[in-house]
Design a protein around this ligand. Structure first.
Ligand code: MN
Length: 228
């Protein structure tokens, strides 16, 4: 088959302990999934139904490394998150069955142009300019669930220039991963290759060019990013 213009390259993440790569499809992100972060963003952490937004696969910075400071913002925030990598698709997936659809896990950053997101919120506009820009999703390699199981606890930490900024735990998620998968799969048919960024603990803040970010999801993976 001939393409009329160059075909987009498939975004991939390395899989730890495997020659095979994980092909990235869509990136679903969960908003306000940790109570303390919900409070720091000025909202009530009562258990309202989970809500979602997306980033394109092209926003992945595979394995970390240099992340260019994006245009159009003066307030680029870090959000360190557990990422679930979907291996088996499906719709209307039950909570009981949800984890069987997860191929593995990664440590990812939901980078956010907070000033643009805040403007969008205030004006009832979509969030893409705040969340779905180029290089907005640095992500570690994928660790297979067949190797580590499905973590229910584990620290989610981020250091910036050696200072601890975020220090939460997967167990603090308002909506657990099985509940998140059950909710998303009602609204979208999940597909192999989809990633789910599961939300961030408290401590989000701005970064500047030259800053070094070191993130970790305990038992899952690490990521290092330099803002350039
Ligand atoms: Mn987030």
């Amino acid at each position: 088959m001939a393409y009329a213009v160059p075909a987009p390259a498939q975004t991939v993440l390395p899989v730890r302990g495997s020659e095979a790569m994980f092909p990235v499809g869509r990136i679903f992100c969960v908003g306000r999934n940790y109570a303390e972060h919900t409070r720091e963003m000025g909202h009530d952490p009562d258990r309202e139904p989970p809500f979602f937004f997306m980033k394109p696969a092209t926003s992945i910075v595979a394995g970390g490394g240099d992340m260019p400071y994006p245009p159009g913002t003066a307030d680029l925030h870090h959000e360190m998150e557990l990422v679930a990598a979907i291996g088996t698709g499906g719709r209307d997936i039950s909570e009981e069955d949800a984890l069987s659809h997860v191929f593995g896990y990664a440590a990812g950053l939901d980078m956010t142009r907070r000033d643009l997101q805040d403007f969008a919120k205030q004006h009832g506009r979509p969030w893409e300019v705040g969340k779905a820009f180029d290089h907005a999703a640095p992500c570690s390699s994928v660790t297979m669930a067949s190797e580590i199981g499905h973590p229910e606890t584990g620290a989610v930490r981020l250091h910036v220039n050696g200072t601890l900024r975020q220090d939460g735990d997967i167990s603090q998620m308002i909506w657990s991963l099985p509940e998140v998968i059950a909710h998303i799969s009602v609204l979208f048919a999940l597909m192999p290759g989809d990633l789910i960024m599961t939300g961030t603990p408290a401590g989000v803040a701005g970064v500047s060019p030259g800053d070094r970010l070191k993130g970790e999801v305990e038992g899952v993976g690490r990521i290092e990013v330099k803002v350039v």
